[in-house]
Design a protein around this ligand. Structure first.
Ligand code: PNS
Length: 168
């Protein structure tokens, strides 16, 4: 069974992330979405909320592979999350050349820390190449329409949050 870990902040998960996840599920038998949560910065319960939003987003957008995808929160090193999951591959998405330098550095560093683990890159689909979680959050905060950028449940949570309701 080939297992990969797809680590990230996913704050929030976007359709670009979903696209990378779909591609990864085409190559690996099992994909663990590892959600980085810093317990020193994140309020209590934030980890569970973000993981729940991601699980819901996967069920909505990738029903054909949902059974092979698992969502886990983590707060240490990505390579430790990989070892805990029995994974020998890290999945990351590349949107543009501007992503490359930081990703190359992380891939080399992770390989230095754990030589048995390799990073695999998927090119995010062109239509999502402009997406970023921080831009999505900013647009939503000011009442902009993000329905073409994030899964439906995430869009609803962002809308509710902008209107002063639930946190993401
Ligand atoms: O979605 P992001 O913010 O681009 O994800 C970055 C992430 C979570 C992959 C990266 O910050 C990470 O791996 N953090 C965990 C701590 C770690 O392993 N640091 C060393 C990386 S070489």
């Amino acid at each position: 069974m080939r297992t990969a870990v797809y680590p990230g902040s996913f704050d929030p998960i976007t359709l670009g992330h979903v696209d990378v996840l779909r591609r990864a599920a085409g190559v690996f038998d099992r994909v663990i979405v590892a959600v980085l949560v810093n317990p020193r910065k994140a309020p209590a319960g934030e980890a569970d909320g973000r993981a729940a939003a991601i699980s819901e987003a996967i069920a909505e957008t990738l029903p054909e592979v949902v059974e092979r995808i698992e969502v886990r929160a983590f707060d240490g090193l990505t390579v430790d999350a990989c070892r805990a999951a029995g994974a020998h591959h890290i999945v990351r998405g590349l949107r543009a050349v501007s992503d490359f330098e930081a990703e190359l550095q992380m891939a080399h560093m992770n390989h230095r820390l754990a030589p048995e683990i390799d990073t695999v890159f998927f090119m995010t689909a062109l239509e999502y190449g402009y997406l970023s979680s921080s831009l999505v959050k900013e647009i939503a905060r000011f009442g902009g329409d993000v329905t073409a950028m994030v899964p439906p449940g995430v869009a609803a949570r962002l809308r509710a949050s902008a209107e002063g309701g639930a946190r993401l």
